[in-house]
Design a protein around this ligand. Structure first.
Ligand SMILES: *Cc1c(COP(=O)(O)O)cnc(C)c1O
Length: 317
């Protein structure tokens, strides 16, 4: 398992690449929720999501070990983060994306000088291809969450929250493969164990919720949730034990709640966030938190939403 020291080392390692992101507040959201709600604004992070933290920590480690090439298998935030970091470090990167990847995502990777290769429609096809390219080029495949350096990088958000928010009582975190929450859990529970950490999943992608209930990694069929960053089918081998050890609770959010939270943040707070991040706002808006009167930080994990999808959500489709 990763330790607090790993996260402190990650914080030093990524300081020249990732931003320390600001906090945002909404009095109206706090009133609706009955808790003081503070948003940790990772949608304003470089490349538009927290994924740069783990990617920077992992790619720097690869570079230190002499890697001359990196690859990843993701059309989304992880792919952009790996491409950006590799470019900053002067290492070539190939990002393997699905055949139906949207042009705007492909262009974002290319804008960071990443090479894009399309392969199949599923991660089961893309991951072996990304690993194969890494092997051919004498490089390293960078996984999205189930890796100690990735988890430690994401955990730097936990350290920042403890520094930025005096007397924080609880932190609300979305769960995909669990890299983000396992890092934050380690940072927080190993420095201030009384701070509660609550995970959030879409009801349509409740793999970690079910796994926790059963006490073992459990997979679900491919999910169609609008929260595309949370569509994993099961938690990771490295992330899940940390979730089991430390998490206080996991709450589930409906698609309509995600949509309404997205619209609230857009209309009232003037912020563009992506559906995966709107889940934590939805947890506050729709009475899912098991307490009131507390100081609560909700992690806004990213802001990369394409405008057509945003328009559909605003239109209520
Ligand atoms: C990747 C991602 C998540 C989930 O993170 P995991 O480490 O896979 O749990 C949540 N929100 C956004 C915006 C993401 O890109």
């Amino acid at each position: 398992m990763i330790t607090l020291q790993d996260i402190q080392a990650a914080k030093r390692s990524i300081a020249d690449i990732a931003y320390v992101t600001p906090l945002l507040q909404s009095e109206q959201l706090s009133r609706i929720c009955g808790n003081q709600i503070i948003l940790k604004a990772e949608h304003l992070q470089k490349t538009g999501s927290f994924k740069i933290r783990g990617a920077a920590n992992r790619v720097k480690q690869a570079a230190a070990e002499g890697a001359k090439y990196v690859t990843a298998a993701s059309s989304g935030n992880h792919g952009q983060a790996v491409a950006y970091t590799a470019n900053r470090l002067g290492i070539p990167a190939t990002i393997v994306v699905p055949e139906d990847a949207t042009l705007c995502k492909v262009n974002a990777i290319k804008a960071y000088n990443g090479k894009v290769e399309t392969c199949g429609m599923t991660s089961a096809e893309r991951i072996p291809r990304a690993k194969e390219i890494a092997l051919q080029e004498g490089g390293v495949y960078i996984p999205p969450y189930d890796d100690p350096f990735i988890m430690a990088g994401q955990g730097t958000i936990g350290l920042e929250i403890l520094e930025q928010v005096d007397d924080v009582d609880a932190v609300i975190v979305p769960i995909g493969g669990g890299g983000l929450i396992s890092g934050i859990l380690t940072a927080i529970k190993e420095s201030r164990p009384r701070v509660q950490v609550i995970g959030v999943e879409p009801a349509l992608a409740n793999d970690t919720y079910l796994s926790r209930q059963r006490g073992q990694i459990t997979s679900i069929p491919a999910s169609s949730t609008i929260a595309d960053g949370l569509r994993t089918s099961q938690p990771g081998d490295l992330t899940f034990p940390i979730v089991m050890k430390y998490i206080d609770d996991i709450v589930l959010i409906s698609e309509e709640e995600i949509r309404q939270a997205f619209c609230f943040v857009m209309e009232r707070m003037k912020q563009m966030i992506e559906p995966s991040s709107a889940t934590t706002v939805a947890a506050a808006m729709f009475g899912k938190l098991p307490f009131t009167g507390k100081k609560v930080v909700t992690v806004i994990s990213g802001g990369n939403v394409d405008l057509e999808q945003a328009a559909r959500m605003i239109g209520g489709e």
